[in-house]
Ligand binder design. Structure first.
Ligand code: 1GP
Length: 241
């Protein structure tokens, strides 16, 4: 079954998915086997690999090291075209729909097309929507775009729907890595109730309670990175039953 079919199946069955985000600039490759012992004891179902930047071009090496120790699907979540590597299983092919910077609306995608054509990566077209998380995150700096205010639910809802109507397979509501406040549950539920495709939420989720809130509001996949980077014991709170 493809990555996407699995996500659709989980959505249909109401099974919630947790993606652990690994930033190649922040993880120590030597630490990957130990880190994954914890991942495997937890409810994590997917691994996302990416960051706003990857100055030392470590994405490929990190993905290889991860693939050596896990059977979980490894999906690229690239900050730009240089982070594409065929060693992963799939890629979130992102459109920054909340921004008005052509570089992230179409230029990067044009640069990526001939590279992706030569890979066996499963491509997951994803509408990526930046929402104000109370902090200027790397995503904002690098993309040079403004996030949508959490007060502007209508715009977030309509942007998400536009993504679905454009043919995206996933919508990702992003408060930004290390956000002070995650995307509010009320926003997740407004978007969810108006959407037919699976919904991803991430940014600033640091507790089990926040994770459960995002799931209860309607997120099909929640992404957590910083909380695991800062404190691997967080995995202990998310143990498989
Ligand atoms: C960032 O949504 C992800 O792109 C995860 O954010 O690092 O804050 O968990 P955190």
């Amino acid at each position: 079954m493809s990555i996407y079919q699995n996500i659709l199946k989980a959505k249909k069955e109401g099974k919630k998915l947790l993606a652990v985000l690994i930033d190649p600039e922040k993880i120590d490759i030597e630490n990957i086997p130990l880190f994954f012992e914890k991942v495997h004891q937890s409810i994590a179902t997917h691994i996302f690999v990416g960051g706003s930047t990857d100055k030392n071009n470590q994405t490929k090496n990190v993905v290889i090291a991860i693939k050596n120790v896990t059977k979980l699907p490894v999906i690229l979540f690239p900050g730009d075209v240089t982070q594409i590597t065929n060693t992963a299983d799939g890629i979130l092919f992102l459109n920054l729909l909340s921004g008005r910077n052509p570089e992230y609306l179409i230029e990067q995608q044009i640069k990526a097309a001939p590279i992706l054509q030569k890979t066996t990566l499963e491509i997951l077209p994803t509408g990526y929507i930046l929402i104000d998380g109370g902090k200027e995150t790397a995503t904002l700096r690098v993309s040079n775009t403004k996030p949508i205010s959490q007060n502007n639910k209508e715009l977030i809802k309509n942007t998400s729907k536009a993504g679905e109507l454009l043919g995206k397979k996933l919508i990702y509501l992003e408060a930004g890595s290390g956000a002070k406040v995650p995307v509010d549950a009320s926003i997740i539920s407004v978007v969810k109730n108006n959407l037919n495709i699976p919904l991803i939420a991430g940014g600033g989720i640091r507790s089990k309670k926040q994770l459960e809130n995002a799931f209860a509001a309607g997120a099909d996949i929640v992404v957590i990175g910083t909380a695991f980077e800062n404190d691997e014991t967080f995995f202990n709170q998310l143990k498989k039953q």
